[in-house]
Design a binder for this molecule. Structure first.
Ligand SMILES: NC(=O)c1ccc[n+]([C@@H]2O[C@H](COP(=O)([O-])OP(=O)(O)OC[C@H]3O[C@@H](n4cnc5c(N)ncnc54)[C@H](OP(=O)(O)O)[C@@H]3O)[C@@H](O)[C@H]2O)c1
Length: 240
């Protein structure tokens, strides 16, 4: 495939090296000193975006107008998903996104769904989420933590809302707390916990490096060039 990259930071570079090792070709690399333009995408088969939350929706509009399929790895824009979905559908475009392109995390989502369903039957068990990332991460909490939170909310009927700010008092019983820590170079750690008076159960995913995200993004690129519409990468990993 001929791939155009928007964002050539930590993730863009990771995608480039894996793509080249798989004999794909990188035909454009966009960043702040070489901003994306519609013209840059005319020779590519697919565009992969790992840029910033504040610029990604403009990129999506540009790529859809260029009639190219797109993989969006950038997080922190999902409040605009309904408008993006309308725009992509109106353009008869193709877009796949994920808060986390790691295959292991997709398995973690399925395990979280199953554990939340089970915990829902046992009122003694409360739920919580913790996430740890490197100090340069721009959004907080992580998109992955919010996805995990929404999975817990969907399957634990007692939990009605996500709480992401620091808690300055007691937490309401229908709130699910997501705590974020920023330190050092941590690529991404997520814990989903279920706590009772007697014990704690923790499901933990630790990313060792960024290679898993790049592999998933390339897998998504190969898939989206044959599809239309807006898709969440998790559709490719249905829960058992
Ligand atoms: N979904 C996943 O699996 C996954 C995994 C890891 C990260 N992420 C997300 O992916 C995004 C990027 O992460 P990263 O670690 O690669 O960040 P990064 O190292 O800071 O790289 C961001 C890149 O975006 C470029 N950029 C900034 N504004 C731009 C604009 N207006 N147009 C085009 N490019 C622009 C930057 O340009 P300069 O180089 O010129 O500064 C840089 O190359 C973040 O949202 C992060 O949360 C997602």
């Amino acid at each position: 495939m001929k791939i155009a990259l928007i964002g050539f930071g930590k993730m863009g570079k990771e995608v480039e090296s894996l793509a080249i090792s798989k004999t794909h070709e990188i035909v454009a690399k966009c960043h702040t000193s070489a901003l994306p333009t519609q013209e840059l995408f005319k020779d590519c088969d697919v565009v992969i975006d790992f840029s910033t939350p504040h610029s990604v929706v403009d990129h999506i509009r540009m790529v859809m107008s260029a009639k190219k399929p797109m993989v969006v790895g950038t997080t922190g824009w999902y409040d605009q998903l309904p408008q993006v979905r309308d725009f992509v559908d109106n353009q008869d475009g193709a877009l796949i996104y994920a808060s986390n392109f790691s295959v292991g995390v997709q398995m973690f989502y399925a395990l979280t769904a199953a554990a939340s369903k089970l915990a829902d039957k046992f009122p003694d068990y409360d739920a919580f989420i913790q996430e740890i990332h490197h100090v340069q991460k721009k959004d907080s909490p992580s998109g992955t933590a919010l996805t995990l939170g929404n999975i817990v909310l969907k399957h634990m009927k007692r939990k009605k809302k996500i709480m992401t700010d620091s808690i300055l008092g007691t937490i309401e019983s229908d709130s699910l707390h997501i705590a974020s820590t920023r330190s050092g170079s941590v690529p991404g750690t997520h814990i989903v916990g279920f706590d009772s008076a007697a014990d704690t159960i923790e499901l933990k995913h630790t990313a060792r490096n960024r290679a898993g995200f790049a592999a998933g993004a390339l897998h998504a690129a190969e898939w989206i060039v044959k599809h239309k519409g807006v898709h969440d990468f998790s559709e490719l990993f249905p829960a058992p």
